[in-house]
Design a protein around this ligand. Sequence first.
Ligand code: 5MM
Length: 344
Amino acid sequence: MYTTIPHSHAKLYGMTDLVAVARSLCSSGKGLLAADESVHTATTRLASYGIAASPEMRRKFRDLFFGTEDVERYLSGIILFSETLSEKGDDAKLFPESLAARGIAPGVKVDLGTEPMQESPQELITNGLLDLPERLGAYKKQGAVFTKWRAVIRIDGDELPSTVALHENAKRLAHYAKEVQGAGMVPILEPEVLLEGRHGRARARAVIVETMSTLFSVLDELSVDKASLIIKTAMALSGSAIAKIDSPEEVAEDTVAALLESVPRQVAGIVFLSGGQTPDQATANLAAIAKRARSANAPWPLTFSYARALQEEALAIWKGKEENVPAARAAFLDRLKKVSAALV
Ligand code: 5MM
């Protein structure tokens, strides 16, 4: 189902196959599971459920979700962490192979995490471009058909994000996208506007517009093909440090307006991160966004690419114990059904 294009032939094939892969990830009525927690994040995440992390516990953590029966009805793809590409599930099959056999496209996070920016130390810049071409070749051989790069955009009043941070993160996202398309894989560009802060929803909306506008102007400068890329974004939400719960309709109005203002119609699709919302909030907000996008005739397909909002309930049941696997998987499947139903 997913075309493998040899690295050297990617340009020969043009972008047609990539457009088809990108579209199929976003517009099949299914969505993505973000299971790309790095070692540090996975360790912290598991610890918050009382689970001591180890390489084997991380493998079991992945298998809990990937080994759930019927997930292919709701998932078009899964974003993996690089170590997972070479691991096997309890069925003794390599994860990318067993996912692809079930029609779930395997993808991989290719950024190497963030560090403070020299010019603006309160902000973060994402690393990973240096050895990217070599790593892409290896990931592709391991079965990845798409990739993801996350940039972190912090709001602090009217001061942050700074122009320099927005521009440098956009530049790196654009170089990443160009490399990935050249290697014959689909890039997901994730400039995450963080929920943390004391800002209101209107400020989040404005920052999403500024972030996307900066990104697309740099993508155009580098002639990156927009039809074979996917945008992963946060929703427009009031900052987590103020006690305001936005209604789904408010979130939908500001999120869809921000994206209509700043994301060109050619992109293959837009996927949402859950960004610290509860599973119920992330589900209700997605439903309102999908409805609003339909009534506004939004040009791009939309779907979910959640990590925490899909995994949280299952992890709370699992607690790292074998006997809890069936109940944890049932909770995961139940949440997936609800999130998928939000799209229609
Ligand atoms: C799962 O978290 C992903 C990787 O984060 P680290 O590199 O810090 O380990 C992250 O990129 C994730 O894909 C998105 O932020 C979406 O996750 P949420 O939990 O916001 O839906």
